[in-house]
Design a protein around this ligand. Structure first.
Ligand code: PMP
Length: 308
C-alpha cells in the first residue's frame, strides 16, 4: 500500500514538507540498518482524537535507543509533545504515527558513534492492517520456516529497524505461500510472535502468551490485552508455548498496534478451534475497542487526547 502523504514531517525538531524529509544515501542507517522506531495509533474517539499508549510507546522508543547506545537529545515528555504537535499540524483525526531515531550521515564503517543521531515523526491516515474482514473472520497463518531473532544476536526488546529484516523473511514467505502472516518460533522451538504482532492462545479456558524470553517485542497492545484479561477475571499466563498448541488451542489471536486484536482461524491449514473467531477472543476484542475508542473509563494514561 502506498503511504498516503500528509503535509508535514517533524525532522530534528522542525517541521518540513513531506516531500522534503530526505536523508543522504550514505547515512549510517541506510548501510547498516541503525534505527529504532515506533508504530503508534491515534483513534478518532467520540471524545475526540486520542493517541493510544503514547507514553508506553515513547518509553519503548527510548529503551530501544538506550540498548544501542543512542543518546537521544529529547525526553519522554518532549517526544510525546512532538508527536501530538505533528498530529495537530497535519490536522489529523485518525492516523498512524511513525517516529524513527536513526544514525545519520557522517562517517562510514560499522562503528556508529561518529554519526549524528537524527529523529523524525511522520503521521498518515491509515485503516486496518490485516483488513476489517480479518477482525471478524480471522486470518489463515502458517508457522514460519524462519526462527525469530535469537537472544545474543539482535535484542528483541529493542524495536530496531534491523530486526525487521527477520520480520520481512517471515512475512514474504507467508504471503508467497498464500497465508496472511507467519508465526516464528524462538530458538528453542517455542512460539515467539508474528512478523509484526504478538500472539495469544486460549487453551482449556486459560489465556496463554509467550514470555519476553521467547524473543518477543514487549507489545503495548499485548500489555493492554493482559490488563483486559485481568479485568475480565480470565486466567492469563506468560509461558513457553509448544508449537503444536497452535493446533490444539480453542482460540488464538494476534495483537499489535496495526493488527489490533485479530483472530487466527487456522494455522498450517489446521483449524484453530471451530475455525471462526472464538467467544473469549470476541470479548477481549470488544473490550479492546471500547478502550481505544474511549467508550469506557480506563487507566488515565492509555489515551492522550490531541486537541484538548
Ligand atoms: N511484535 C513485533 C515484531 C512488532 O513489530 C509489533 C508491532 N510494533 C508487535 C509485536 C506488537 O507491538 P505493539 O502492540 O506495541 O504494536
Amino acid at each position: 500500500m502506498p503511504i498516503p502523504k500528509s503535509e508535514k514531517i517533524w525532522f530534528n525538531g522542525s517541521f518540513v514538507n513531506w516531500d522534503d524529509a530526505k536523508i543522504h544515501v550514505m547515512s549510517h542507517v541506510v548501510n547498516y540498518g541503525s534505527s529504532v522506531f515506533e508504530g503508534i495509533r491515534c483513534y478518532n474517539t467520540k471524545k475526540g482524537s486520542a493517541v493510544f499508549g503514547l507514553r508506553a510507546h515513547v518509553q519503548r522508543l527510548l529503551n530501544s535507543a538506550k540498548i544501542y547506545r543512542m543518546d537521544v537529545p529529547y525526553t519522554l515528555e518532549q517526544l510525546s509533545a512532538a508527536i501530538l504537535e505533528t498530529i495537530r499540524v497535519n490536522k489529523m483525526k485518525e492516523c498512524y504515527i511513525r517516529p524513527v531515531i536513526f544514525r545519520g550521515y557522517g562517517e562510514i564503517g560499522v562503528n556508529p558513534l561518529g554519526c549524528p543521531l537524527d529523529a523524525v515523526i511522520a503521521v498518515w491516515e491509515w485503516g486496518k492492517y490485516l483488513g476489517k474482514e480479518a477482525l471478524e473472520q480471522g486470518v489463515d497463518v502458517c508457522v514460519s520456516s524462519w526462527n525469530r531473532i535469537a537472544p545474543n544476536t539482535l535484542p528483541a526488546l529493542s524495536k530496531a529497524g534491523a530486526n525487521y529484516m527477520n520480520s520481512q523473511l517471515i512475512k514474504m514467505e507467508a504471503l508467497l505461500n498464500g497465508y496472511a502472516e507467519g508465526i516464528a518460533l524462538d530458538r528453542a522451538g517455542y512460539i515467539s510472535e508474528g512478523s509484526g504482532e504478538n500472539i495469544f492462545l486460549i487453551k482449556d479456558g486459560v489465556v496463554l502468551t509467550p514470555p519476553l524470553s521467547s524473543s518477543v517485542l514487549p507489545g503495548i497492545t499485548r500489555q493492554a490485552v493482559i490488563d483486559i484479561c485481568h479485568g475480565l477475571d480470565l486466567q492469563i499466563r506468560e509461558q513457553g508455548i509448544a508449537r503444536e498448541l497452535l493446533y490444539l488451542a480453542e482460540e488464538a489471536f494476534f495483537t499489535g498496534t496495526a493488527a489490533e486484536v485479530t483472530p487466527i482461524r487456522s494455522v498450517d491449514k489446521i483449524s484453530v478451534g471451530k475455525g471462526t473467531r472464538g467467544p473469549i477472543t470476541a470479548t477481549i476484542q470488544e473490550k479492546f475497542f471500547s478502550l481505544v475508542n474511549a467508550e469506557v473509563p480506563s487507566k488515565l494514561d492509555w489515551l492522550s487526547f490531541v486537541y484538548s
